[in-house]
Write a protein of this length. Structure first.
Length: 85
């Protein structure tokens, strides 16, 4: 299991467009990607659950990656967060 924390920089947070991009990115890996905010965790491939977290600009989330390709998925997802969110 690999994880990292990230403070959201995107002005609108993780809402419609950014959430859709995140779901697409998470689906490209075999590993399970989980996003946690303030004790609530959701699977990153579940769009409505992800948007339901209500992640806003300035919120810090923990991203956990667990599965067969976690060693490549975690750094790639961290780069995705820095570039997109």
């Amino acid at each position: 299991m690999r994880s990292f924390t990230y403070t959201i920089q995107e002005a609108i947070g993780i809402h419609a467009r950014p959430a859709g991009l995140l779901v697409k990115e998470a689906k490209s890996y075999q590993s399970t990607v989980t996003i946690t905010k303030e004790g609530r965790s959701v699977n990153a491939v579940k769009l409505m659950a992800l948007m339901g977290l209500g992640v806003k600009c300035g919120d810090t989330v923990t991203v956990t990656v667990e599965g067969p390709d976690e060693d490549t998925a975690a750094p790639a997802l961290e780069a995705f967060f820095k570039a997109t969110l």
